[in-house]
Design a binder for this molecule. Structure first.
Ligand SMILES: Nc1ncnc2c1ncn2[C@@H]1O[C@H](COP(=O)(O)OP(=O)(O)OP(=O)(O)O)[C@@H](O)[C@H]1O
Ligand SMILES: [Mg+2]
Length: 178
């Protein structure tokens, strides 16, 4: 849910290319979620205020809950949230969690998350990179668009194919760990 929320911010910011990177590192006991976009970015003033949902009571800027909630979740798990952003340069949101922390939420249905994003916004390009220890998987919609020339990313057969492709590759990464 956090990933959907943070990527939704990127979509709202007018991004055409969004990178979602998940790194599960058992050795460092660290889970990192990195979302970078080429959207409109934030002014330093907005970036300062974005952490605090209650800032909205004092000015008219719309500041919501997505970022404060993710920050809370990361810090409750011995981690942190870091945002880099500049107007016209895009935004990078990096969330770190202690991997084995008892309060860390499971990654959840990551295949469903990625599919939802791709199918609901087929005009946006996504690069989804997932690393589990020494295994790595990259899913780049720009390459898929080339391979299915003529078809749309939300064509039922393409959706089914992507679902199987994502599931299979993610399962393979966990294979030797579980
Ligand atoms: N990737 C981004 N690019 C540009 N601006 C962003 C980005 N992410 C967040 N922001 C800015 O930070 C504000 C706060 O984001 P946050 O997700 O916390 O709340 P929201 O999106 O406004 O509301 P909610 O997530 O609760 O629906 C956004 O309204 C937007 O102005
Ligand atoms: Mg939001």
């Amino acid at each position: 849910m956090h990933i959907l929320d943070i990527v939704q911010n990127s979509i709202t910011a007018g991004s055409t290319l969004i990178s979602i990177e998940i790194v599960e590192d058992a050795r460092e006991d660290l889970l990192t979620i990195l979302v970078s976009d080429n959207g409109k970015g934030m002014t330093p003033e907005l970036l300062e205020n974005v952490w605090d949902p209650f800032v909205t009571t004092r000015n008219t800027r719309k500041v919501g809950l997505g970022i404060p909630l993710l920050k809370g979740a990361a810090e409750a798990c011995g981690g942190r949230l870091d945002i880099k952003s500049a107007p016209g340069k895009g935004t990078t949101v990096k969330a770190e969690f202690v991997y084995s922390h008892i309060d860390r939420a499971p990654l959840g249905d990551i295949v469903g998350t990625i599919l939802t994003l791709v199918v609901c916004n087929p005009e946006i390009d996504y690069v989804y990179t997932h690393t589990v220890n020494d295994k790595n998987f990259i899913f780049d919609t720009r390459e898929i668009k080339k391979a299915i020339s003529g078809l749309e990313l939300n064509h039922p057969e393409v959706i089914l194919w992507m679902k199987e492709y994502l599931s299979e590759n993610i399962k393979n990464m966990y294979g030797s760990v579980l």
